[in-house]
Write a protein that binds this ligand. Structure first.
Ligand code: XIL
Length: 337
């Protein structure tokens, strides 16, 4: 139908949003928006290890299962996020010998993927495992996982266990800043190495938390680089949002020199530029067949994580405003070309 996101991109890519269980509850405006416009959801938080296995060996699937129930009732696909991450993960995962860490990791991945077998179409198997350091010798993040496992092997363990538990789920490596050439080169090096060694990986998740001034061409170059360098690796845009600000690196690092809060006075130029950027991005994704899922990191600006990251500040990075009304950015996307 005219003016419906998921219809506009049917047979191109799934149109997703990150959600919480509260947002998909009966009668919530977000739930109605999702039913009307979207055909994929991702758990913003409730499928992370800290939420699913707060204590070793016992699982708390209730919140995640509410998302699953909503998805199934409305013919919406569920994207799994994230099996392994250096954040939102209880300390017990990193304790003991390498063998113990490996056995625990494999059990966790197996149990969780089995719980959602046939119900989650794609998993972010590992999240943010690539180093941010352009001078680094190893491409890997020196994380709690990396240290507990004694190197990068934990990535392989996770993909192997996930494939075994659900051979039909698509398996992803997910990361941010893939629009930047240095980070992207390290990521593609890691994926190439995995492919060469026969590790079961299907795709690259590009988070795409981008800024007002991020060039659309940089985002699309990330997709094109994957297409040019790999056969059969697909691309998901997993966490798209477009901040109305431009912050220097120091803002992300130690919250200094962040752009000043617009408060309730967001300039019209920022609104217009964002709409144009969303339009150009979705057109670009549509033109690239390797992109099979595009998810925004939330539904409405009222609930975006960017209101609190990197600093507390009013942000408006999504397709619906604080009143849950469709923004100019939404119209820019669904409008006929
Ligand atoms: C964020 C959530 O949006 C917040 O609610 C939470 O407090 C922290 O995590 N990269 C990711 C996501 O892979 O899981 C993060 O989600 C945002 C950055």
């Amino acid at each position: 139908a005219r003016g419906v996101l998921r219809d506009k991109f049917r047979n191109k890519f799934l149109v997703g949003a990150a959600v919480t269980p509260a947002q998909v509850a009966e009668g919530q405006t977000e739930a109605d928006i999702l039913k009307d416009q979207f055909n994929s959801i991702t758990a913003e938080n409730v499928m992370k290890p800290g939420a699913l296995a707060p204590t070793e060996g016992s699982y708390t699937f209730e919140a995640a299962d509410r998302l699953l129930t909503f998805a199934q009732a409305n013919t919406i696909a569920l994207r799994g996020h994230a099996l392994l991450w250096h954040r939102a993960t209880p300390d017990y995962f990193f304790q003991g010998t390498q063998d113990e860490v490996k056995a625990r990791l494999e059990k966790y991945v197996t149990d969780v993927v089995t719980h959602f077998k046939g119900k989650v179409y794609a998993w972010d198997v590992v999240n943010e495992v690539i180093s941010d350091d352009d001078g680094a010798t190893a491409p890997y993040r020196n994380s709690n996982w990396y240290q507990a496992a004694g190197g990068a092997d934990y990535i392989d363990w996770a993909f192997e266990a996930a494939r075994k538990a659900d051979p039909d789920a698509l398996l992803f490596i997910n990361d941010y800043n893939t629009e930047l050439t240095g980070k992207r080169a390290r990521l593609l090096q890691v994926v190439k190495d995995m492919q060469d060694r026969g590790i079961p990986i299907d795709g690259i998740g590009h988070q795409m938390h981008i800024q007002a001034a991020t060039p659309v061409a940089d985002v699309l170059a990330a997709i094109d680089d994957v297409d040019n360098q790999f056969m059969g690796i697909i691309n998901h845009v997993t966490e798209l949002d477009i901040s109305i600000y431009n912050d220097p690196a120091s803002c992300f690092k130690n919250q200094t020199n962040c752009a000043a809060d617009y408060g309730n006075n967001i300039p019209q130029t920022a609104v217009d530029d964002q709409a144009q950027k969303y339009r150009d991005l979705y057109n670009g994704f549509e033109a690239r067949p390797s992109v099979t899922s595009v998810t925004t990191w939330g539904v409405s600006d009222a609930q975006s994580w960017l209101n609190g990251y990197p600093v507390n500040r009013t942000n408006a990075p999504l397709l619906y405003n604080r009143d849950r009304a469709a923004k100019k950015a939404f119209r820019a996307i669904v409008e006929p070309d």
